[in-house]
Ligand binder design. Structure first.
Ligand code: GTR
Length: 420
């Protein structure tokens, strides 16, 4: 991208980045000198020399992310059962089967209900499938009248007319631009989605509601936050998907946009059943490097969303230099599985360049494991994906997920899954 264009965008968006007394840095020249921790150095300073040693280092790194960033996932198991809410064998003009399934997660006499919306192309072969949370309820993903309007808590929103934390019929199909289901089905992929608020409603209620009710253990400074809870929820859906005969269980792609991209990355790290991971504009606490202190910072995210991370993460508010890990190491923990990261030009809050640099810095681990990692060195032009085992693009426009992004994900999945 031309430097002049980049700075014009910086100026345009700077007004958006001021608020609540916090001014985000969006000036590359004001980034402090920083050193990224090396994922291939053990905590004791010794180098990681081969695949066997990486396995040990991987456990060490996950522990740091658990203790200092996302919090520890409780060990207890839940009982999972499912029931079919509705099915349309001729969805999308006969091209697909649509089902809505209710998952029942039970533990110690408590239960949580989660509705999963599934679209599968009509295919004699098992299909690869995208699994991703939606932001506003399954009924916003499609106009299909049989999809339930979510009964879970939703954020009040004047533009959508939500004033009582309840969604309604008028929002059916309101997120179609984020969910090009016809195109996804047309290219032979299935897609499964669920409302993230079914798993853990996104407000700070002291960890009482959603899946937290299943884990009433006393909390401490390394107990999980909502991002880890959402990640855990994706794994429970994977438990269910493993039983769906039309799905190729070795080709399930976990994907997420923004806060849900942070959750998708952490889900991919913790659950090796996810064959591919996609982060769409996940930003701070996702794919972007924290130590650059560009756009959203650790201090800012912990004050806006105190329930997303573990309490220990707050130690690094305005002290990113003390973080023992940075987010490229989160990406490295996905190796050698294919990973796609993408940014949007006007979304400086998510630090596009920090997401790109993270891909580069994760690559030595991919290479140690015999894959290409990320092949690029220079920040790419708009709509020019750079593709290796790690792929990256920046597209024009705002913070969102759209058909262009999905097309790139599908190209990436075709490339990697066909190679197998
Ligand atoms: C913002 C938040 C980001 C990102 C985004 C989203 O308000 O600061 O970290 O997660 O929300 O999820 O849309």
């Amino acid at each position: 991208m031309k430097t002049t264009t980049f700075f014009a965008i910086l100026l345009l968006t700077s007004s958006m980045l001021h608020g609540q007394g916090f001014v985000a840095n969006i000036d590359e020249s004001k980034i402090p000198a920083y050193t990224l921790p090396d994922p291939l150095i053990f905590n004791n300073g010794q180098p990681v020399k081969n695949r066997q040693e990486w396995k040990i280092r991987r456990v060490e790194l996950i522990k740091i992310f658990e203790n200092e960033v996302y919090g520890k996932t409780p060990a207890g198991k839940v009982q999972l059962s499912s029931s079919l809410l509705s099915e349309d064998a001729g969805a999308l003009g006969g091209k697909a089967v649509r089902r809505e399934i209710q998952l029942r997660l039970k533990k110690d006499g408590k239960e949580v209900l989660i509705n999963v919306l599934l679209f599968l192309p009509k295919s004699v072969e098992k299909v690869p499938l995208f699994l991703a949370y939606n932001f506003n309820g399954n009924h916003t993903v499609s106009k299909d009248k049989d999809i339930e309007v979510t009964k879970s808590w939703v954020r009040n929103n004047a533009a959508s007319g939500i004033t009582d934390n309840k969604s309604n019929e008028s929002l059916r199909g309101s997120d179609l631009s984020s969910w090009p289901v016809s195109e996804i089905i047309g290219r032979g992929f299935g897609v499964a989605t669920l409302y993230y608020g079914d798993v853990d409603p996104d407000f700070d209620d002291g960890f009482q509601n959603g899946i937290n009710s299943l884990f009433p253990e006393k909390r401490d400074s390394s107990s999980w936050g909502s991002i880890a809870g959402w990640a855990w929820g994706l794994s429970r859906v994977m438990d269910y998907l493993e039983k769906v005969k039309e799905v190729d269980h070795k080709q399930v792609i976990v994907l997420g946009h923004s806060r849900l991209g942070k959750a998708a990355l952490w889900a991919g790290v913790n659950d090796l059943r996810f064959a591919m991971v996609i982060s769409n504009e996940s930003g701070c606490g996702g794919a972007a490097l924290s130590k650059r202190i560009f756009g959203e910072t650790v201090g800012r995210i912990n004050s806006s969303f105190p329930h997303w991370f573990c309490e220990n993460f707050r130690k690094y508010n305005n002290k990113e230099e003390n973080l023992p890990v940075d987010q490229h190491e989160l990406l490295a923990l996905l190796a050698p599985r294919p990973l796609y990261v993408c940014s949007a030009q006007e979304d400086l809050w998510s630090d596009p360049r920090g997401e790109f640099l993270s891909c580069i810095a994760a690559s030595p681990v991919y290479r140690l494991l015999g894959t290409e990692g990320f092949p690029g060195k220079d920040f790419p032009d708009l709509q020019q994906p750079v593709i290796g085992t790690i792929g990256y693009h920046i597209r024009s426009g705002k913070h969102a997920i759209n058909l262009y992004d999905w097309s790139c994900f599908m190209n990436f999945a075709d490339l990697h899954f066909k190679k197998q």
